[in-house]
Design a protein around this ligand. Structure first.
Ligand code: MEV
Length: 315
C-alpha cells in the first residue's frame, strides 16, 4: 500500500516572532511544494529517504534517541505503528522543491505532508486532525512553534493567525507578486526564537511596545489587502522590517539583500525566523524581470512565487 501527499511552503508576510507572543501574523502559502510518499513494508523498521539525508531505525525508540532533522517523520511513523498491529514497518520518501532551512516552511510542509501521507495508510483523518498531528511532530524539532506555519501549509491561501484564535483565511484574494531571495545561510528557527526571547527579557518595555506597534500595523495591513493597495502594502513591509531589525534577527547580508531589493520593489523584508534564510520583495508586475536580474547580478539565488490556494493535497 502506498499513500502520497504534498503540501506547499509558505512566507510569513507580517508578524513573525511577534506571533510567538500572541500577536496576529499574516501568512501566505507559496507554489513550491514538498511531496511525501509513505508505504508499508514487511520489515519492522522505519526508513526515511530525503534530500537532506536518510534514516533507518527500529520503531519504539524514545524520540530523544533520534538525532536527525528527520525526527518528525520518525515520530509520526512510530506513533501510527503503535496504534495498530497490522503494519510492521514504513518506508517514507521525501521530495522537495522548497529550499530547506531558509524560512520558507520546508519543515512545516514536511510535517503536514508527512502527517497526511503516513496517517492515510492507517485510515482517513480530517484536515484538522492532520494539522494537529503535524504540529505535534514539528514540536519534536521546535518545541515553541506557534503552529502558524503548519496551519498555512495545510489550508493554503493567505491567512491571519494568532495563537489564541487560530487561523482565518482571508476571504478576498489580493493580487501581488513576490520575489524571494535566498541568503543561503541556514538557520535554526529554535535558536533565533531563543535569541528573540532573550531580547524580550532584557528589553521588556521596548518589546511590549513593539508588539503593540506590530498589532496596529497588521490591523492596517488587513484593510490594505482588502483594498489591494500595493503601494501602501510596500510601506508596511518596510515598517515591519524595521521592527525585525530592532529585535536583532537581521544581519549584514540580509540588510544588503534588502537594499538590492529596494531598487525595483515596493518593499522588502525578512520572512520567517531570520538570522539567515530569505527575504521577499513585493513587486509590481512591470518590475518582475528587473528585480530578478538585480538579485542575480548580485549573486543571490532568487525566484518569483505565486500564492498557493490549494494547501494540502493527498493522492
Ligand atoms: C518561523 O517561520 C516563524 C516564527 O515566528 C516562529 C513561529 O511562529 O513558530 C519565527
Amino acid at each position: 500500500m502506498k499513500s502520497k501527499a504534498s503540501a506547499p511552503g509558505k512566507v510569513i508576510l507580517f508578524g513573525e516572532h511577534f506571533v510567538v507572543y500572541g500577536v496576529k501574523a499574516i501568512l501566505c502559502a507559496i507554489n513550491k511544494r514538498i511531496q511525501v510518499t509513505a508505504e508499508d513494508i514487511d520489515e519492522n523498521k522505519i526508513t526515511i529517504k530525503s534530500n537532506i539525508g536518510s534514516l533507518s531505525e527500529k520503531p519504539n525508540k524514545n524520540i530523544s534517541e533520534i538525532k536527525s532533522p528527520l525526527k518528525p517523520f520518525y515520530h509520526l511513523a512510530d506513533k501510527m505503528l503503535k496504534e495498530q498491529n497490522e503494519i510492521k514497518g514504513l518506508k517514507i520518501t521525501v521530495d522537495s522543491e522548497i529550499p530547506l532551512g531558509v524560512g520558507l516552511g520546508s519543515s512545516s510542509a514536511c510535517c503536514v505532508a508527512g502527517a497526511a501521507a503516513i496517517s492515510r495508510l492507517f485510515g482517513e483523518k480530517s484536515q484538522k486532525e492532520i494539522l494537529e498531528l503535524a504540529i505535534e511532530s514539528e514540536k519534536t524539532i521546535f518545541q515553541n512553534t506557534s503552529g502558524a506555519d503548519c496551519t498555512v501549509c495545510t489550508f493554503g491561501g493567505i491567512m491571519e493567525y494568532d495563537k489564541k484564535n487560530g487561523f482565518q483565511k482571508l476571504e478576498y484574494e489580493p493580487n501581488f507578486h513576490l520575489v524571494i531571495a535566498n541568503s543561503r545561510i541556514e538557520h535554526s528557527t529554535e535558536s533565533v526564537v531563543s535569541k528573540v526571547k532573550q531580547f524580550k527579557e532584557e528589553n521588556i518595555k521596548k518589546f511590549s511596545n513593539l508588539c503593540e506597534e506590530e498589532t496596529k500595523l497588521i490591523k492596517d495591513v488587513l484593510i490594505i489587502l482588502k483594498e489591494n493597495n500595493m503601494k501602501e502594502l510596500g510601506k508596511k513591509i518596510i515598517q515591519n522590517q524595521e521592527y525585525l531589525e530592532t529585535i536583532g534577527i537581521s544581519n549584514e547580508k540580509l540588510r544588503h539583500m534588502i537594499k538590492v531589493g529596494e531598487k525595483f520593489s515596493l518593499g522588502s523584508k525578512i520572512t520567517g525566523a531570520g538570522g539567515g534564510g530569505c527575504i521577499f520583495s513585493l513587486v509590481d508586475e512591470s518590475n518582475l524581470v528587473n528585480i530578478l536580474e538585480e538579485f542575480e547580478n548580485n549573486n543571490y539565488e532568487c525566484f518569483s512565487v505565486k500564492i498557493d490556494f490549494k494547501g494540502l493535497d493527498t493522492f
